[in-house]
Ligand binder design. Structure first.
Ligand SMILES: NC(=O)c1ccc[n+]([C@@H]2O[C@H](COP(=O)([O-])OP(=O)(O)OC[C@H]3O[C@@H](n4cnc5c(N)ncnc54)[C@H](O)[C@@H]3O)[C@@H](O)[C@H]2O)c1
Length: 254
């Protein structure tokens, strides 16, 4: 996604630029892969360089290893690995670091939508919030579903998991970003129902959110196209990073 962001900024004519990247030495790209972007291999050097905004676009480990330090040192940070916020201890330390550093932590909406509705509606009370993730069977390879059933043999939509967002985050960590985003915007991890489905008729990853509460009711469904050169990631997730960056910098937020 970071590469997609870089390409998009280059195409859109220079209002924003990805100026530097922080990657531990063992993961660092070769110089010819950097495309003019400055490489930092430790967080202290990046902090000393004072970037105007940092985007975590890497992994849950990167959130844990770098983001508290960045926030504590006053650097505003947008995170894409939203599932990491399911770790209550980490989330608390991020909040404390942002307060201490007078910085701002922003989680992108990522591959899901409708979070504005959940956030607006929750103060009047949400009686139920359910997230349903529907993917082609082979998208669930490497998950507990692959041990429990023969995914390749499925002929109809099959529920592979039903529980709350807390349990889903543990058993299906690769799906954790969207479930965490819904849980954090709405009723929290324990009170958010999660249903995961393997559907052989699907070619794209689909997400559905249904919520009811004092405000009324709401349903949203997304059929996400993958990023052209990264089939496991939704294009919308990469686009949501650009949106979060624009909102951070622009003085008119409409
Ligand atoms: N919020 C959402 O809806 C959403 C959607 C898709 C992916 N994601 C998350 O965003 C993150 C990036 O996804 P992607 O598809 O671009 O992944 P990717 O695997 O294609 O790219 C991740 C890059 O980050 C680098 N990296 C890994 N750990 C790092 C670390 N500790 N420090 C610095 N760099 C590190 C890797 O070398 C790789 O180049 C993942 O954590 C993924 O779970 C979130």
């Amino acid at each position: 996604m970071a590469r997609s962001l870089q390409a998009s900024f280059q195409k859109s004519g220079g209002e924003f630029a990805l100026a530097a990247t922080l990657v531990p030495p063992d993961l660092a790209p070769a110089p010819h892969e950097l495309g003019g972007v400055r490489l930092f291999t430790n967080v202290a050097d990046l902090i000393a360089w004072r970037p105007s905004l940092v985007i975590e676009c890497a992994s849950h480990e990167a959130v844990r290893d770098f983001v508290p330090t960045l926030l504590r040192n006053g650097l505003h940070t947008i995170i894409v690995s939203v599932g990491s916020l399911g770790d209550k201890t980490l989330f608390q330390s991020l909040k404390a670091a942002a307060t201490e550093g007078r910085s701002r932590l922003t989680a992108v909406s990522g591959a899901i939508g409708g979070l504005d509705v959940l956030r607006s509606a929750r103060s009047a009370g949400l009686s139920s919030v359910a997230y349903t993730g529907m993917k082609p069977p082979n998208a669930w390879l490497g998950t507990p579903a692959a041990d429990a059933m023969d995914l390749a043999a499925l002929e109809e939509p099959t529920v592979i998991f039903k529980g709350n967002a807390e349990q889903a985050a543990l058993l299906y960590p690769k799906n954790a970003n969207v479930t965490a985003a819904v849980a954090l915007a709405g009723n929290g991890f324990e009170a958010t129902e999660v249903i995961l489905i393997a559907d052989p008729a699907l070619t794209r990853n689909c997400h559905r959110v249904d919520a009811k509460g004092a405000f009324g009711s709401f349903s949203i469904e997304l059929q996400n196209e993958p990023l052209p050169d990264n089939p496991k990631t939704s294009w919308l997730a990469a686009l949501s990073i650009e949106e979060a960056i624009f909102r951070h910098f622009r003085s008119v937020d409409v």
